[in-house]
Design a protein around this ligand. Structure first.
Ligand code: 0GY
Length: 313
C-alpha cells in the first residue's frame, strides 16, 4: 500500500513535462534561468492554507536536473504563491545548490530583521509583490511600501507580477518603489493587440521613463494565443512556436538590452491548454534575442549583475 498523497491537486492540474527535448539552441556558458519555482514536495514542505491552487510536487532535485539537461548554470528560484509567505521550500533549494541558485521571497510586514538577514544568508536577493487577483489576496499598498523600504538597504529588489490592464492603476505605486523593480513576463500583455498599441506602449513607457525597471521576457507559453506549434516546415523567425509573442519580447530585448532577464517558469503553474516542452522554450530565445551579444546580456550579464553582483564583471 502506498501512503496517501498529503495534498490533492487542483482538478485539471497539468504536471510538468518529465522528458523535455534537448534544445537546439546552445545557451551561452554561465546562463541563468532567472524565473523558476519549486513546489514542496508537499509531504516535506506543506502548501500554504491561503493558496489559490494546489500543484503537483516539483522538487529542487528535479529543478536542478532540468537545469543541467537544458544547459543552464544557475537558477533564480521565485517563491510561488502556493507556499504563501512560508519560504522554506525555496530556501531549502537555495542552500542545496552549491551557491548556484539565488531566490526571491514573499514576506509579510511582521518579518523581523534577523529573519531578513537569514534569508539573505541563504541567497535571497528580492521580494515578490503579486497583484494577479486569481493568485493572491489583496495586500495594502502601505504594507508593501514598508517592506520595500526595509529590503532596500540589503541591496534587494522588488519583483512585481500584474496583468497589463491593471498597470494604469498600479503605476503610481510601482514608480514610487525605492529599489530596482523587475516585472514578471512583460506585465502580461494581450498579444492579440498591436505591439505598438496603447496597452504595450504604456509598459514600454514605464521602462523608458524609469531606469530602475527591468523585465523578464519570459512565459511565451502563458501569453501566446497561436501556441507552441510552428507553422509546417518552418523553424525560425516569425514562424516559430509562440510566434505571436516574438514581436513583444523582441522589442523589449532590443530597446532595453541591459535590463532584461529570461526564465523557464518551470514547473509552469496554472496552465490550462498545454504544458510546454522546456527544450522548445529554450529554442524560443534566439527569436527574441537575435545576436550573441543580446543573448549574453539576457542570459548571463544581466542576471549575474542582479543576483551575483559580487561575481559579475
Ligand atoms: C508564474 C505565473 C503564475 C503563478 C505564480 O507564484 C505563482 O503561483 O507565479 C501564474 O499562474 O500566472 O510566474 O509562475
Amino acid at each position: 500500500m502506498t501512503a496517501a498523497a498529503p495534498f490533492e491537486k487542483t482538478p485539471g492540474w497539468l504536471d510538468w513535462t518529465a522528458n523535455p527535448s534537448k534544445p537546439r539552441f546552445a545557451l551561452p556558458a554561465g546562463s541563468v534561468d532567472a524565473h523558476c519555482h519549486v513546489f514542496g514536495p508537499g509531504a516535506e514542505f506543506p502548501f500554504a492554507p491561503e493558496r489559490k491552487y494546489t500543484p503537483c510536487d516539483a522538487s529542487k532535485a528535479q529543478l536542478y536536473a532540468l537545469r543541467d539537461h537544458l544547459g543552464f548554470a544557475r537558477n533564480v528560484v521565485v517563491q510561488a504563491t502556493c507556499h504563501g509567505a512560508d519560504n522554506r521550500a525555496m530556501v531549502d533549494a537555495l542552500v542545496h545548490s552549491n551557491g548556484m541558485a539565488r531566490g526571491v521571497a514573499t514576506v509579510k510586514r511582521t518579518i523581523t530583521d534577523a529573519e531578513l538577514q537569514a534569508l539573505h544568508a541563504a541567497g535571497v536577493r528580492g521580494v515578490r509583490f503579486n497583484f494577479v487577483k486569481r493568485l493572491v489576496d489583496f495586500t495594502p499598498r502601505d504594507e508593501l511600501m514598508e517592506i520595500a523600504s526595509r529590503i532596500a538597504p540589503l541591496g534587494w529588489h522588488v519583483v512585481i507580477y500584474f496583468e497589463a490592464v491593471d498597470l494604469p492603476e498600479l503605476w503610481d505605486f510601482f514608480t514610487a518603489l525605492p529599489t530596482t523593480v523587475v516585472v514578471d513576463h512583460m506585465g502580461r500583455p494581450d498579444v492579440s493587440l498591436p505591439v505598438n498599441g496603447p496597452q504595450f506602449e504604456l509598459f514600454v513607457k514605464l521602462m523608458r521613463e524609469h531606469a530602475n525597471v527591468w523585465s523578464k521576457v519570459s512565459c511565451p507559453e502563458r501569453l501566446s494565443i497561436t501556441g507552441p506549434k510552428a507553422l509546417p516546415g518552418q523553424t525560425s523567425g516569425e514562424q516559430a512556436a509562440y510566434r505571436d509573442v516574438v514581436p513583444f519580447a523582441r522589442r523589449i530585448v532590443e530597446t532595453f538590452p541591459d535590463r532584461v532577464l529570461w526564465g523557464t517558469d518551470w514547473p509552469h503553474p496554472n496552465l490550462k491548454d498545454h504544458m510546454p516542452d522546456d527544450g522548445l522554450l529554450v529554442d524560443f530565445i534566439p527569436h527574441i534575442a537575435t545576436t550573441p551579444e543580446l543573448q549574453r546580456k539576457l542570459l548571463v550579464a544581466n542576471p549575474m549583475r542582479l543576483y551575483w553582483p559580487e561575481e559579475a564583471l
